[in-house]
Structure formats: C-alpha cells, structure tokens
Design a protein around this ligand. Sequence first.
Ligand code: ZN
Length: 275
Amino acid sequence: MPELPEVETIARGLAKRITGDAIESVWLGSKPEPLKSPAAEIAAALESKKILDVRRVGKHIVFDLASSSGAQANGGKPETQWIVHLGMTGSLLVCAPETELAKHTHAIVRLASGRELRFVDPRRFGRLSVIEEFEAPGAEPLDVGFEKFAALFRGRKTPIKSALLNQKLLSGVGNIYADEALFRAGIRPRRRAASLTRDELRRLHLSLKRVLKQAIRLGGSSVSDYVDANGEEGFFQLKHRVYGREAKPCLVCKTPIKRIVIAGRSSHYCPKCQK
Ligand SMILES: [Zn+2]
C-alpha cells in the first residue's frame, strides 16, 4: 500500500507532467467500487477543466481544477478538486493513447496534449471523488508544529502506535513509517500515548518528519518510472531499521527485533533501544 512518501512522490511526478494541461473528456468504468462520487458528477467536474496543480493531502492525491474562464475570475484558485485515493493497488499512469489498456483500468482522462491519464486498480480499494474543497481530517505530519503535535496525544489511552495511525489525528502516517519513527525516537509502540514525556514527544515529532522526508527524497528520483511503467522500484530504498525485520539483530544493539500485533497491525521494535 502506498504510504505518504510514495503518494507525495507520485503527486509531484504528476504535477511535473500534467500541470497546465486540460481535460478534454473522461471515461469511467462500470465497476462501482472506485467511484465515491457518482460517475456523472465526476465526469461533469473534470471535463473541460484546466489542471492548475496536483498535490498530496494526507494520503490523497488532489487535482486542482478550473475552467479557463473560472481560473481567471478566481485569481488562479481551483473551482473544483478531483481526489484520488490509491487504496492498496491503485496507480495513475500518464501515457500515449495507443498504449495498451491495462486490465482493471477504471478511469481514462483524455488530455488536451493528446496524452491520457489512466487510473488502474486491480483490488479496487482506491477511490475517485470530486469535491469543492478537500480537507484532510487530521494534521499534516510534515507541517504540524510541535505544540499541536503534542496536543494530539494528550489524554489518549491508546498505544502510541495506534494514535500515529489514527487518520483523524495525523493524515497519512502508515504502518511502516510509524514503526520506523518510533524506533528512531526510542519509544515502544505499545506505550500509552498519554504517557509520553515532552522529551519523548519532541523526539517522535522530529523522527517522524525526518523519516518521511528521507523517504520522499529517496523516492523522488524514480517518479517518472513509477507513473509510466507502474513499477514500484525505487520507492523502498529507505532502509528499514525495524519494519519487517522480526528476529533480525537490531542495527544499533544487535538485540533481536520483536514483532507484536497492535490493533490488527504488525508492529516491530527493539526491546532494548525502545522504552
Ligand atoms: Zn536495539
């Protein structure tokens, strides 16, 4: 499942390639799951619109759209937004129209430049919707300041790992980066969120931003490959220190990494380095 850094990388890649292009027409498949807004509504919102920007909000990809007259009247502000959530297996491809249609293509957006933007999703957990102005429910982990970050966890009796994954608190933090941030901060995933000291919260705030930014930097170089070829190669170059390393020696102290399940998600930690 793409996590925040992958979504950021994909959004940046799309922005580079299709910002300024315009949408001529839209084809939507007959499978109902990917369509969170009715097909007619999506088509009406997208057709004849200019793409002002493509960006990430939480784990969503947001296309800012405006008709050419509307963009001028609004001072460049979007009139409507197309929101894509990639789910487990969703991908967006920019390609020439003669490119063979992949199985499980649920949407084709024809661009004025002659290219097509296609949404492909074999498992159909991805979602397409249109909205006037999208707001993620939680705080943006890359922007949130320390005081606001600390306040998110005040009085929370849930494990810190669950709190990090709670999308109403922070938007877009997934399982891998939650484990990696907790390791770097020296905090066990099962600790009650409310029990974290100010110092620990400070370390967690820093390590979460660092690990996400590092992953974005590493993913950035392979953007066009991803968007074109639909391969995930290059995305997981960030060396995981605990995630997926059950029973392997901790990279710091050589203690075997433990794996536990918290709220149905596997969590990895070093019993010596993390308190
Ligand atoms: Zn260790």
